[in-house]
Design a protein around this ligand. Structure first.
Ligand SMILES: [Zn+2]
Ligand SMILES: [Zn+2]
Length: 131
């Protein structure tokens, strides 16, 4: 049976650079199918479950980066207005990037990253008793 594609359906010629038309993406880390629309941000760039991302942008939403490697979430940054941003580290080229969190990001995963330095201090905690 022939497959009929309606004429009004146009496939992007450069899928990796035309993600604005993509309604969802598959997480490079956990495999979750993630809707492209996210509450609280115009450019969802990471998985709301595991918080991993892909190195696709030079500036948020431009899809101009040629790297394409996976990016691991390594820290939370608090901006001057109190907004949280996730700091991602590219596993391919080593780039660092900070991006707004989304309203549906996993709060436990965010908190695990935020408190990681407190859970592994660079000195014994009993030093506080000497202060
Ligand atoms: Zn994921
Ligand atoms: Zn990269």
């Amino acid at each position: 049976m022939p497959i009929i594609i309606p004429e009004e359906v146009s496939l992007p010629r450069h899928p990796s650079r035309d993600r604005a038309r993509v309604r969802s993406f598959r997480c490079v880390h956990c495999g979750l199918d993630v809707p492209a629309d996210a509450p609280g941000t115009a450019h969802r760039n990471h998985c709301p479950t595991c918080l991993w991302s892909r190195h696709l942008d030079d500036t948020p939403g431009d899809r101009a980066a040629d790297c394409g490697s996976s990016m691991t979430p390594i820290a939370v940054h608090v901006r001057h207005n109190g907004e949280w941003a996730l700091v991602h580290h590219c596993t391919g080229c080593g780039a660092l990037d900070a991006n707004r969190i989304a309203g549906d990001d996993n709060p436990l995963a965010l908190m695990r990253i935020a408190v990681a330095p407190l859970a592994r201090p660079p000195f014994p905690l009993d030093w506080f008793a000497r202060l």
